[in-house]
Design a binder for this molecule. Structure first.
Ligand code: PGA
Length: 251
């Protein structure tokens, strides 16, 4: 059985103080969700305070990006070990905003994900098509490209630390959610691909989150799909009560 993973992606929102206030309010609201993994991806500047505030709760804290080197002359970058030291247990890699605005490629995602796992982090590897690509019938090709090349050379052991997030770019921050059926269709494609690459057992064990305008109002029907194992949530994860409703989707 795959344990659902509901994860916020705060993007470039929340200062230290705001992050701590969020956790202090949210922790009791999500404490009952013991059969769900709960995470928040936050800006690097808030990670240490956030992780300290989340100690002893069921909220995991993660970075939104990392570099693949351990250290070096890479101004502005953050090494995986630095995330670990701040109290992070996971990192989001290859979000479409990073691919679109910061030049991330499958190759850099692959290097980042490998380095993150080598440092003990779980990796949420994002994939997803744009509206043009969907309308041109390229959804499967694009998602296959992201997953296949993002995970090139991964060992079965490394795959235990991988979570995939399918995030159609046209559904991110737009209010346009993929229908549960559209999500399921692509998730099934990804699981079949994982089976081809790593075998059936690993494909069955790997969690695939959906992301793109997930809200308390639609989380239940999305999570009801057989191949949807969690959600990666931007806007609706910025307020404690809304975040708690997502985490408590079974209630
Ligand atoms: P959204 O963002 O929930 O605001 O659409 C999702 C994401 O970018 O991960």
């Amino acid at each position: 059985m795959r344990k659902p993973f509901i994860c916020g992606n705060w993007k470039m929102y929340k200062t230290n103080a705001e992050a701590v206030a969020f956790v202090n309010e949210a922790k009791s609201l999500v404490a009952g969700a013991t059969d769900v993994d709960v995470g928040i991806g936050a800006p690097a500047t808030a990670l240490k305070s956030l992780a300290d505030a989340a100690k002893g709760t069921n909220i995991m804290v993660g970075g939104e990006n990392c570099h693949w080197e351990k250290e070096g002359a890479f101004t502005g970058e953050i090494a995986p070990g630095m995330l670990v030291e701040c109290g992070c247990s996971f990192v989001i890699i290859g979000h479409s905003e990073r691919r679109q605005y910061f030049g991330e490629t499958n190759e850099t995602c692959n290097k980042k994900a490998k380095a993150a796992i080598a440092n003990g982090l779980t990796v949420i590897l994002c994939c997803g098509e744009t509206l043009d690509e969907r309308e041109a019938g390229k959804t499967t090709a694009v998602v296959t490209d992201h997953v296949k090349n993002g995970l090139a050379g991964f060992t079965p052991e490394e795959m235990k630390k991988i979570v995939i997030a399918y995030e159609p770019v046209w559904a991110i921050g737009t209010g346009k959610t993929a229908t549960p059926e559209q999500a399921q269709e692509v998730h099934a494609v990804i699981r079949t691909l994982l089976a081809d690459m790593f075998g059936k057992d690993i494909a069955e064990a790997t969690r695939i989150q959906y992301g793109g305008s997930v809200k308390p109002e639609n989380v239940k029907e999305i999570m009801a799909q057989p191949d949807v194992d969690g959600a990666l949530v931007g806007g609706a994860a910025l307020k404690p009560d809304s975040f708690a409703k997502l985490v408590n989707f079974k209630a």
